[in-house]
Design a protein around this ligand. Structure first.
Ligand code: 8P2
Length: 451
């Protein structure tokens, strides 16, 4: 990675600098104003499912503090804010009756963002399926494509024009690997037979939501995936094969159907008799022209053959590596490699880095009011430089959303991991911009030249 000089280091004109969150992780008040429960409301209230029994009942109380949070975004000079909508605030039963108080919350948030010169990037689905739809089979029910398109249409009609960048799904790999294969995330299923069905239906729902947008909307829509580049632990055939399987399973399983209209062949090997024969017609729905793809990047995996189920591949800890609080290696080159791989594999489609960040053990707010988080500044600096290297290599990267705006609910890990550039005191809910927020503010102001 080259260390740029001030003169030659620029990000493209219009490169969008922002931060990201998700509804269930920050809002709190999951049942307020007529909202219905989601699978995460249920999952977190099921004993043993989350660390310390942590729930999203309060979270960062963004549901009541959204104006304060937008003011903080303005203070930091954010140009964009990526957030998600809680489906069951809009449609408490998942389909049918619209809860207008829920719609009003997001309409007011969007207006406040726009009034402060901040562009909204709206994610339709960031893991919090209405519980009422899970009762009808959730992502295992092929009707989910119609449900999701109906939900999208309600939001498109209400917000399109004020919202000009839409995302259908956030990280379908995590939704199925966590929620249907290994059971660590809501709805907590553990089935190698269910996981491929949920994955496929998520992609059908993605296609249906994009189709619905093309009929209603006039702006941009895309898909957000998490990509973790895989590097073989040795030059053995076993490790090379394991790396190929892991790459296909995590990195190609959703982009291939969405952009190429087919699954990577390794998936049939991985799932064996649990891999269904999907109707060819499904791919006509799944493949829809996209305006961009969002890539969430956190780390890499040095991959070796293991007896893990069903992948038979696993990550090898690097003895000289630097690791975050979530056990992820800090490897900025992996972001450059990922962005170049995306362009080489899928072509010239515009890309946003829609999440990038790290959990470190942050100190409390000091007496001088600062939260000193040098490791996060170093992480963000190196990954922004890595993006610049990818841009220099010809990748059309359009923006960067730091994960996350606020310390928040890290799903099953509860409040134990802090990813925010803004510290949240979970007792008082007081917000304090960390040193990394002040640093990032300077990066935005200099359009990256201060890196
Ligand atoms: N873990 N972790 C941090 C972060 C998670 O908080 C987000 O909700 C996901 O989109 C993605 O997994 C990344």
């Amino acid at each position: 990675m080259t260390r740029p000089t001030d003169t030659d280091f620029t990000f493209p004109e219009g490169f969008l600098w922002g931060a990201a969150t998700a509804a269930h992780q920050i809002e709190g008040s999951p049942l307020a104003d007529g909202a219905g429960p989601s699978i995460w409301t249920r999952f977190a209230h099921t004993p043993g499912m989350t660390l310390n029994g942590d729930t999203g009942d309060v979270a960062c109380d963004h549901y009541h503090r959204w104006k304060e949070d937008v003011a903080l975004m303005r203070e930091l000079g954010l140009q964009a804010y990526r957030f998600s909508v809680s489906w069951s605030r809009i449609l408490p039963e998942g389909t049918g009756r619209v809860n207008h108080k829920g719609l009003d919350f997001y309409s007011c948030l969007v207006d406040e963002l726009l009034a402060n010169g901040i562009e909204p990037l709206l994610t339709l689905y960031h893991w919090d399926l209405p519980a009422a739809l899970d009762d009808r089979g959730g992502w295992l029910n092929r009707d989910c494509a119609d449900w999701f398109a109906e939900y999208g249409r309600v939001l498109y009609r209400a917000l399109d024009g004020r919202v000009k960048k839409w995302v259908t799904l956030n990280e379908p790999w995590v939704i199925t690997d966590g929620g249907y294969l290994h059971g660590a995330l809501a709805p907590g299923h553990r089935s190698r037979f269910e996981a491929p069905i949920a994955s496929h239906n998520l992609m059908r729902a993605h296609g249906a939501a994009v189709q619905a947008y093309r009929a209603e909307g006039k702006h941009e829509i895309g898909l957000v995936v998490n990509i973790e580049p895989k590097y073989p632990a040795s030059d053995s055939t076993a490790d090379a094969d394991a790396t190929r399987r892991a790459h296909a399973y995590m990195n190609e399983q959703y982009l291939h159907p969405a952009l190429l209209g087919r699954y990577p062949p390794e998936l049939k090997d991985i799932f064996g008799d649990a891999w269904p024969e999907f109707p060819e017609d499904d791919f006509k729905l799944i493949v829809q022209p996209l305006d961009f793809v969002g890539i969430n990047y956190y780390t890499r995996s040095v991959t070796a053959a293991t007896d893990s189920y069903p992948l038979k591949a696993g990550a090898v800890r690097q003895p000289l590596g630097t690791y975050t609080e979530t056990g992820w290696e800090v490897f900025p080159q992996g972001l450059t490699d990922t962005l170049v791989w995306f362009k080489d594999t899928y072509g010239e489609l515009p890309v946003y880095v829609t999440e990038n960040g790290a959990a470190f053990f942050d100190p409390a707010v000091a007496e001088d009011g600062r939260v000193r988080d040098p490791l996060r500044i170093d992480y963000l600096r190196k990954h922004l430089s890595a993006i610049h290297d990818a841009i220099a290599a010809g990748v059309d990267v359009r923006g960067y959303m730091a994960w996350s705006l606020l310390d928040n609910l890290e799903w099953s890990l509860g409040y134990s991991k802090r990813f925010g550039i803004i510290h949240v005191n979970y007792g008082t809910l007081e917000r304090t911009p960390k040193d990394s927020a002040r640093w990032y503010s300077g990066i935005i102001e200099s359009h990256g030249r201060a890196l």
